[in-house]
Design a protein around this ligand. Structure first.
Ligand code: ZN
Length: 179
């Protein structure tokens, strides 16, 4: 079975459970959303969600990830960049098997923010194709790397002391790089 279709169906099921709605709109490059709107979180059981946040104005992309988690941290609004649907679906699949929180420490970055934190202009974060997942101990690192490679379709990882970088930037070489 086509993996993407399988994941999309799975996510559709989650969204149905969370929202009790039947109709969905696919936003190109972002994901599936209930037809009426990009919904608020008020009617979602937050116990099930990774992020418990007082700000209710969040957009749930998948069962465990919100759009806001991937937003540029300088609060610029991301310009024209949207987070890759493929990236989020792969992360959601991994998260589902992993069964524990995966905190995104960086998603989209505008060029200015990317430069400010000392990253190269070629960074996949600028294109919305990358995410960094918080990871500070060796046991977690082992489990996450294993799952990212096995349960997700990631072929490009970066190992940092405090996080694991993943991206779906297929123009770049496959492999695991170090910072
Ligand atoms: Zn920014």
């Amino acid at each position: 079975m086509n993996l993407i279709r399988w994941i999309k169906n799975k996510i559709r099921k989650y969204l149905k459970l969370l929202n009790n709605v039947e109709e969905f709109t696919e936003v190109e490059g972002v994901g599936l959303f209930p037809k009426e709107s990009l919904r608020h979180r008020d009617n979602i059981n937050t116990d099930e969600l990774m992020t418990v946040n007082d700000n209710r104005n969040m957009t749930q992309l998948t069962k465990h990830f919100t759009k806001e988690e991937f937003d540029c941290q300088c609060k610029c609004g991301n310009g024209d960049v949207i987070i890759s649907e493929k990236l989020v679906y792969e992360l959601e699949t991994v998260r589902e098997y992993y069964g524990k929180p995966m905190r995104i420490t960086s998603g989209i970055r505008c060029l200015a923010h990317n430069r400010k934190i000392g990253s190269r202009d070629t960074s996949s974060h600028i294109k919305g194709l990358a995410a960094d997942i918080s990871c500070t101990d060796m046991g977690t690192r082992l489990e996450l790397v294993k799952r990212l490679l096995r349960d997700g379709e990631f072929t490009r990882l970066g190992i940092n002391r405090d996080f694991i970088h993943v991206d779906v930037d297929y123009d770049k070489p496959k492999g695991i790089f170090l910072y």
